[in-house]
Structures are given as structure tokens and as C-alpha cells.
Ligand binder design. Structure first.
Ligand code: MTE
Length: 320
């Protein structure tokens, strides 16, 4: 009981810092100050475990109407099989991951391949905050305040050739840092892909942080993909490789069970998973144990205005 009270207090504290910060950002934007330096808020750094504060993050229009989940919720209910298959395993085990130094290999059909230190890789772009809905294929959801850069800007830098039809992302393979890879639960590395048009869509995002701080290891430090209109498994974590391909790749979950998981993985309440309905979703941490809060799942997770055109003419029951 005492423990529970402590946890609840912690949630409230995280949210209070976050709301204070957002109020500050809004005020400074109004005053024309522009870029807000989060290092002005040491209390935020003390309030939560994990990463360092990110400097020079600008607010955006994305998700202003949404109420984010708490830092505790976002960092303690995870899927990251490199650290175990339980929802609490990543938070318990991901301390063995070393997100610094970190390198990103860019290769394939592009004019500017290379091996980049993460800091050089990210430095050319303005960090921004985006609050996105997150819908897992397992029919649960959260709202997450990410910090990162638009994927389209990053892709343009590497000048993909006309043969580049897909962007393929791979996670680190290192059994010491990622002990879950000692077992063949999945075919390592974890792989995901997007068509070039999907990757260039303004919603596609490469996250380096959440709640204004660098990504906690369990959320995919130091760099992960965020594509909010797709099921969570497209959001590949701890990326070390970005490749431009001519052929559509086979992503990890498709490789595991192609009848259950496809390449597109668009959130779609009308196409059920073979083993469960996708019509509704359980909102993590809301409602009670016996009566969890549920909401209707929205087509493309509510981002249809931005992305539906990408799939015009495609049969989404076959291309799931
Ligand atoms: N990336 C890697 N490398 N390994 C994984 O097991 N799980 C995916 C995705 N990215 C996964 C991954 C799944 S199934 C989901 S739902 C999301 O990460 C979970 O992200 P979160 O833990 O930050 O909520």
C-alpha cells in the first residue's frame, strides 16, 4: 500500500514538471524567445531516472490536445525482446546497453553512405517534441511525448537514388549488451522497414528522447523509429543501421508469423488479428484492474488525414 502511494506520487511529480515545462515553452514561444533550453530545469533531471536533458527542443503542433502517459508508465511497460519477453523485463534488464558511443551505418541505394557517430548524425537537425498516440498490435495504447527529428529530413541528407524504394532499419546485435539475444526467440537483428513514401511522410520520426530527456534504454536508446499510424512493432529500437533497398524487406514479426503480421502494419480496427479483435484498445494505467479503460481504435490510429493517401487503391485486408 505504501509502495503504491509512492508510485502515484512519482507519477504526479513527473507530470507536474512536464506541464510546468510546457507552460514555459508556450510562454517563451509567445515572447519570441524561440528555442527553449531545458537545462534551465534541473528539477526535471532529478525527478526521473534515466537520460540527460536535451537542449534546444522546440515544441510542435503535434498532439497538443492529448494527455501523455506518465514517464513511469512509458518506461515500465515495454516490448524489447533483446532484454526479455515480459513487459517489466526491459526496465529491469536494459541497464547493460551502452548507448554512448553509438554509430549509425548508412548504406545501400544512396549517394552519401557512411558510418556516423550518433552526435554527428543528429547534429544537423533541429530537435522537436511531438506527442503521438502509440497503439500496440496487442491491443493496448499509450500517449508518448517524444523528442527527435523528422525522418524525411534525415533521409534527404543521404540522397537516396531512384532505385531506393524502401528504407530498412536494424537494431544492434551484441549478446553482452542485449542478453536476450543469447536465445533464438527472434531472428536477430530486429529488422523493420518502410516504403520511401512512408518514410518521407511528415509524421515519420526518429526519436532520441522522451519527456525532454534522452531515451531510457528500455525505450530504445539512443535512436528509435516512431511511426504513429502503424502498430508498435514497426517502431524499431536501438538502431545501428539504415539501408536503402530496391526490394521490400521482410520485417522481424513477418518473419516470425507472416499470417499474423505483415509489412504495412497500419493500425486498422476493421482487420482483426487472427487471434484477437483490433476494434478496441486498453489504455495503459487508466481505469481499474477489473475494469480497464478501453477506447475505440481509430483507422490509422487517428492519423488518416496525413497518411490515408499513401494506401489509395491498396487492399488493406490483404496488405495488413
Ligand atoms: N525493437 C526491437 N529492437 N526489439 C523489440 O522487441 N519491440 C517492438 C517495438 N520495437 C521491439 C522493438 C514492439 S512489439 C513494440 S509494441 C514497441 O517496440 C514497444 O515500444 P515501447 O516499449 O517503447 O512502448
Amino acid at each position: 500500500m505504501i509502495r503504491m502511494k509512492k508510485i502515484i506520487e512519482q507519477y504526479v511529480t513527473d507530470e507536474k514538471h512536464y506541464l510546468d515545462r510546457r507552460a514555459f515553452i508556450k510562454k517563451s514561444a509567445g515572447l519570441g524567445i524561440g528555442l527553449a533550453s531545458f537545462s534551465a530545469f534541473p528539477s526535471l533531471a532529478e525527478g526521473v531516472a534515466g537520460g540527460g536533458l536535451l537542449d534546444q527542443v522546440i515544441p510542435t503542433k503535434y498532439g497538443k490536445e492529448l494527455t501523455p502517459h506518465t514517464f513511469k508508465q512509458i518506461t515500465n511497460y515495454n516490448n524489447f525482446y533483446e532484454f526479455g519477453t515480459g513487459k517489466r523485463d526491459p526496465a529491469k534488464n536494459a541497464h547493460s546497453l551502452k548507448p554512448k558511443p553509438w554509430h549509425i551505418q548508412v548504406s545501400g541505394e544512396c549517394a552519401k553512405p557512411g558510418n556516423y557517430d550518433l552526435e554527428d548524425f543528429i547534429a544537423p537537425y533541429q530537435l522537436q517534441e511531438r506527442i503521438y498516440r502509440f497503439r500496440c498490435v496487442e491491443a493496448w495504447s499509450m500517449v508518448i511525448p517524444w523528442v527527435g527529428v523528422p525522418l524525411a529530413e534525415v533521409i534527404k541528407t543521404f540522397e537516396p537514388t531512384s532505385k531506393a524504394k524502401y528504407v530498412v532499419f536494424k537494431t544492434l546485435v551484441d549478446k553482452q549488451q542485449m542478453p536476450g539475444q543469447k536465445r533464438p526467440i527472434l531472428n536477430w537483428p530486429y529488422i523493420e522497414g518502410l516504403s520511401i513514401a512512408e518514410a518521407m511522410n511528415p509524421l515519420s520520426f526518429l526519436a532520441v528522447g522522451l519527456y525532454g530527456k534522452t531515451l531510457p534504454n528500455q525505450n530504445g536508446a539512443p535512436l528509435r523509429l516512431v511511426v504513429p499510424w502503424k502498430y508498435g512493432f514497426k517502431n524499431i529500437k536501438s538502431i545501428v543501421s539504415i539501408e536503402f533497398h530496391e526490394q521490400m524487406p521482410i520485417n522481424t514479426w513477418q518473419d516470425q508469423a507472416s499470417k499474423e503480421y505483415g509489412f504495412y502494419a497500419n493500425v486498422n480496427p476493421n482487420v482483426d488479428h487472427p487471434r484477437w479483435s483490433q476494434a478496441r484498445e486498453r489504455v495503459i494505467g487508466r481505469g481499474s484492474f477489473f475494469s480497464p479503460e478501453k477506447r475505440k481504435t481509430e483507422m490509422f490510429n487517428g492519423y488518416g488525414d496525413e497518411v490515408a493517401h499513401l494506401y489509395a487503391g491498396l487492399d488493406l485486408t490483404k496488405n495488413f
